[in-house]
Design a protein around this ligand. Structure first.
Ligand code: COA
Length: 162
């Protein structure tokens, strides 16, 4: 993911937010805020090689640190968003697999994410990639005035630090 992908990345982000099942956020941030929140090393797009530049991004994945405490230096939280026209074709699975390989080679030992229980595709995607359900956090926040539960998922690398 580079700054040249910003427009497509944020548009795909907004499409995901518009489902009402992706995040408590409702509006994609400005690129500067997105850029500042995500780790440089762990941000990727899936691109269609047959599409023209500027229209080729199928989806993205990016990570943020969970804490600035050094004991959590190998723990990140990720987000993954696939363009509506590219969903259900395995793009998310391939992007997540590439992300996991990159984080493991970079020494990240735990990747975590919060997912709404209504988000069946995301739960399925993550279960297949080796994430386990830590638990369901009840009425963690409100979206459009409605309290929502959040399933906390994590994938502990079987190799990093073991
Ligand atoms: C969730 C999301 C990232 C999944 O990406 P994707 O590219 O569509 O997923 P894949 O095609 O790789 O499919 C992954 C698995 O989910 C399953 N899946 C896909 N759509 C599904 C649906 N509507 N219901 C149930 N399972 C579904 C697939 O069948 C596949 O499992 P399988 O291999 O056993 O068949 C994508 O749908 C998306 O961007 N959604 C909107 C944003 C969002 O919710 N992001 C996640 C926030 S936590």
């Amino acid at each position: 993911m580079t700054a040249q992908d910003a427009g497509q990345v944020l548009a795909i982000y907004q499409h995901g937010l518009d489902t009402g099942h992706a995040s408590f956020e409702t509006t994609a941030p400005a690129w500067a805020d997105f850029d500042a929140a995500k780790l440089d090393r762990y941000r990727y797009v899936a691109a269609d090689p047959g599409a023209a530049p500027g229209t080729d991004v199928l989806g993205w994945i990016a990570a943020s640190p969970v804490s600035d405490r050094c004991c959590y230096a190998g723990v990140v939280e990720h987000s993954i968003y696939i363009s509506p026209h590219a969903r259900g074709r395995g793009v998310g699975a391939r992007l997540l697999a590439a992300f996991i390989a990159a984080t493991e080679s970079g020494g990240i030992w735990t990747v975590q994410s919060g997912v709404f229980p209504e988000n069946a595709p995301s739960l399925r995607l993550h279960a297949k990639a080796g994430f386990r359900t830590v638990g369901t956090r009840r009425h963690l926040g409100r979206l459009h005035g409605e309290w929502r539960d959040v399933v906390l998922l994590e994938r502990r690398s079987p190799t990093v630090g073991m």
